[in-house]
Design a protein around this ligand. Structure first.
Ligand code: 9MR
Length: 372
């Protein structure tokens, strides 16, 4: 995998404060979990108030978890934790093209529907992920050579059909995922090569047509840093806004590592985009570390998680903070970065780590500089 996440930068001060999610969505999220629907071992409502979900609701923030593997939703402990601590879920994989259309024309939404049912049963919103990407494409698509016109038709059909299938059930879609290289040049994906940079506007328009109420996002990693890639994203969304293309938010994936400095000042990078009238979100937060785990590493991880959440809380239009995987047992990191892992706030046995406590602290406290 070519993904290289985390850069070396100066460490800056942490920030924090509160955020209020615009619109009606939060109203339905505050206390979605009940002992009846969370399954065995679920928390009481009083416990909810003190967990991430309850605390985030008081701050008007959606707090999310990526579900990689919907069969896990059959596991009582997994279910209870997901329901109690999170008001949003993202599909780690099951809404990607290779899962939803494994054979051409054969649409399979079983896994996605499973996750959607869990979410609606626990009053969680769903962030759809992702309609247009260069990874996890179905084999029938990648194995063949297509004309540019064919690819344009195939992409239009995919975007419109998938967005339509989930119409009204997805709060926000990561319509475009990872369009840029680190140096800010366009990533030469199958879509870029066939349609040129215009594929972005087209996909946004198709998605909007299919699901007019969904918030449409562009999503990428390393936007937390002051990078050429972040500049390219800024130029792109500015242009889209000027041209009236439906784009509503920018997703900062937030894949960090303790071996790199913390990417301060994240708050400024978030505000740069909200200054364009867009929402922003932390969409895939995790903080990996070289193994083995030590107390000192866990403390640095906790600090990074807390600062990232505080930065989001300080920006009024930072609407959600999603962690990529429920626990260290459900994280993509060890499979991709040899010798690294332990990237989430819960250990392999679903026990909270210091990062969990730090996330709660961030949710409890406002610091100077908050926009509201
Ligand atoms: O978490 C996903 C992992 O299970 C997959 O193997 C991987 C394949 O590309 O994709 C992971 O999720 C990625 C996300 O969709 C986009 N940003 C980077 C994430 C981590 O690779």
């Amino acid at each position: 995998m070519s993904i290289r996440l985390g850069l070396h930068r100066r460490t800056g001060p942490g920030v924090g404060a509160r955020s209020v999610l615009a619109g009606a969505v939060v109203a339905t999220l505050l206390f979605g979990t009940t002992a009846a629907n969370a399954g065995p071992g679920s928390a009481t409502r009083a416990d909810d108030l003190d967990g991430l979900r309850g605390l985030a609701a008081k701050r008007g923030l959606l707090i999310g978890s990526a579900v990689y593997n919907p069969p896990l939703l059959g596991d009582a402990r997994y279910r209870a934790l997901l329901a109690r601590e999170f008001s949003a879920v993202s599909p780690g994989n099951v809404m990607k093209w290779d899962t939803v259309e494994p054979e051409r024309g054969m649409v399979d939404l079983t896994a996605a529907d499973h996750m959607m049912r869990f979410a609606s049963g626990h009053r969680q919103i769903v962030r759809g992920h992702t309609l247009v990407w260069h990874n996890q494409l179905p084999y029938w698509l990648t194995q063949k050579t297509w004309s540019d016109a064919d690819l344009a038709t195939i992409l239009e059909k995919h975007v419109k059909e998938e967005a339509a299938k989930f119409r009204g059930r997805v709060y926000a879609w990561d319509v475009i995922n990872e369009p840029f290289n680190e140096d800010g040049t366009w990533r030469e994906t199958i879509w870029y090569k066939a349609l040129g940079p215009g594929y972005v506007a087209k996909a946004l328009q198709w998605a909007h047509e299919a699901d007019p109420r969904a918030k449409l996002y562009l999503n990428d990693y390393n936007l937390e840093w002051n990078t050429a890639k972040a500049d390219a994203m800024y130029a792109l969304v500015s242009d889209l806004r000027e041209r009236g293309v439906p784009v509503h938010g920018v997703g900062f994936q937030g894949h960090l590592g303790i071996q790199y400095d913390y990417p301060a000042p994240v708050i400024d990078h978030l505000r740069r985009f909200t200054g364009l009238g867009l929402d922003v979100a932390i969409t895939e937060a995790d903080v990996r570390m070289p193994l083995p785990v030590t107390d000192a590493k866990l403390a640095t991880q906790a600090d990074y998680f807390g600062r990232l959440l505080s930065a989001c809380l300080a920006v009024r239009r930072c609407v959600s903070f999603t962690i990529w995987g429920l626990s260290d047992a459900h994280s993509w990191v060890p499979g991709v970065f040899a010798g690294q892992g332990a990237a989430t706030p819960y250990d392999h046995d679903l026990r909270p780590k210091p990062a969990y406590a730090e996330l709660r602290e961030a949710l409890r406290h406002r610091v100077a500089g908050s926009e509201r």
